[in-house]
Structures are given as structure tokens and as C-alpha cells.
Design a protein around this ligand. Structure first.
Ligand SMILES: [Zn+2]
Length: 134
């Protein structure tokens, strides 16, 4: 990866697995301006997982779409942005563990899992979510 400040090459100076997030965290140092940068290596879910919509149509999994629907459901909360990000990660982790089959998820599994995670977190957020995802 190149430095975001000057475009020169970077070198990895530290690296750690983040098991809960299934990511690799890396600290990089720019070889030119000596800036310290952080990167995360994670699977590209949109290239790896397809979603079955109402029967047969398959669509790439879109984390941003899931995040937006969770955020919309949590908007009444003061820390909605940060909470929606964490909740989205929890939903994805549960989906991959319990519902991923042959690289596919169903729309129903996404709605069901999102509803359950939101219900545990904030029942009114779950009610808002469910009103939009019948
Ligand atoms: Zn640099």
C-alpha cells in the first residue's frame, strides 16, 4: 500500500490478528515521509457472498445497505452512528456463523438475524427495523 499523504511506498512495522472481527490489523510506516498509518485486511464480502432475494435472484452482499438499515432503525439514539457500526458487525458475524450456505445468504435470514440482534440491543430499534422489512 502507498502512503495516503505522499504516495510513496510503506512498510509493515506491526501486525495483529483481530479474531472477533476476522481481520488483520497492520501498522505501516511511510518510507519517504515516515508517517504512521493503519490498515485492516478483511474478506471482501460483496465478492464472496450472494444474497437470495425472494426466491431465485442473487445479488452481491452489500454491507453498506445493511449498515444503512440498522442506522435508520437506531437514529433516535444519541450514538446511532457508532452503535449501528458495531451492530452491523455483530449481525454479519452471526449471519456467517449460522446462515451462510454455499456462499449464499437469504434475504429472510438477514432480516431475521438483524431483527434479533436489534431486539437484544433496543426493542424500539427492532420495531422500526421490522416496520420497514416485512
Ligand atoms: Zn508518506
Amino acid at each position: 500500500m502507498v502512503c495516503i499523504y505522499c504516495g510513496s511506498g510503506t512498510q509493515v512495522i506491526n501486525s495483529r490478528p483481530q479474531k472477533r472481527l476476522n481481520q488483520i490489523w497492520r501498522r505501516r510506516k511511510c518510507l519517504q515521509c515516515a508517517s504512521i498509518l493503519t490498515s485492516h485486511e478483511a474478506f471482501d464480502l460483496s465478492a464472496s457472498i450472494r444474497v437470495e432475494l425472494d426466491g431465485k435472484v442473487l445479488s452481491p452482499f452489500q454491507r453498506d445497505l445493511l449498515f444503512l438499515s440498522v442506522y435508520e432503525s437506531c437514529k433516535h439514539r444519541p450514538r446511532a452512528l457508532a452503535e449501528a457500526s458495531g451492530l452491523t458487525q455483530t449481525i454479519i458475524t452471526e449471519l456467517l456463523k449460522k446462515h451462510l450456505k454455499d456462499g449464499q445468504l437469504t434475504r429472510n435470514a438477514i432480516i431475521q438475524t438483524s431483527s434479533e440482534v436489534l431486539r437484544r440491543f433496543d426493542p424500539s430499534a427492532a420495531a422500526i427495523y421490522q416496520a420497514y422489512h416485512k
